[in-house]
Design a protein around this ligand. Structure first.
Ligand code: ZN
Length: 67
């Protein structure tokens, strides 16, 4: 079961949900109740090889560089 992260556009709170693939459910923010949540790629789904040297490959938080 994949994990999906939803980030609230109102308060920035990130909530992680277990969800079936293909589900189009919307999840309101559990902190402020806003329905303006945006699905993120879960960090748990991106298991790399095992290089733990600080190569700066961490997940960018916040704004999209293309946006
Ligand atoms: Zn919120």
């Amino acid at each position: 079961m994949p994990l999906f992260e939803y980030r609230c556009k109102e308060c920035g709170h990130v909530t992680t949900f277990l969800e079936k693939p293909g589900s189009r459910k919307r999840h309101p923010c559990e902190k402020c109740g806003s329905a303006k949540t945006e699905r993120q790629l879960s960090a748990f789904a991106a298991h790399g090889g095992g290089a733990s040297s600080g190569a700066g490959a961490s997940f960018p938080t916040g704004t999209c560089p293309l946006g």
